[in-house]
Design a protein around this ligand. Sequence first.
Ligand SMILES: [Zn+2]
Length: 122
Amino acid sequence: MTLKYCQGPDCHSYSTQDRLKGMKGSKTYQTRRRSRLIYDEFCDTRCYNDWFQKYGTQAVDHFGRLKEVKHLTEDNAWVKGYEWNNRTDECQHHTINTITKEQRPLTESQFNDSNYTLNERG
Ligand SMILES: [Zn+2]
C-alpha cells in the first residue's frame, strides 16, 4: 500500500506526536503520509482548510470563476421521491417538480433507473 503525502502547506508545522519522526538528536516534525486522505489530498480538515485559504482563489481563477447567476429552470427541476402507503402497504414512487410542485407517479424500475428523468438535461 503506497502512502500519499498530505498536501496541507503547514502540515509539518503542527506538533503532534505522530508527525515527530527520526532518530534521537535529529527528530523533525514531518508532513503526514497516509493511505487514505480527505479528498485524496489532506490528512485532516485543518490541512484542507489551510490549503484552501492559501490556494482557493487561485484554484477558482484557474478552473473558471462563476461570473453570473446560474438558473435551474422548471425543465430541470424534477427530483425523485417515494412514500410509504400504509393503506396498501406499498411503496409509492414519484417524481416532483420542485418549482411547479407538479407530481407524477413513477414505476419502481423508473425510480431505480438513474438514467430515467423528466429533466431535459440529466
Ligand atoms: Zn496534513
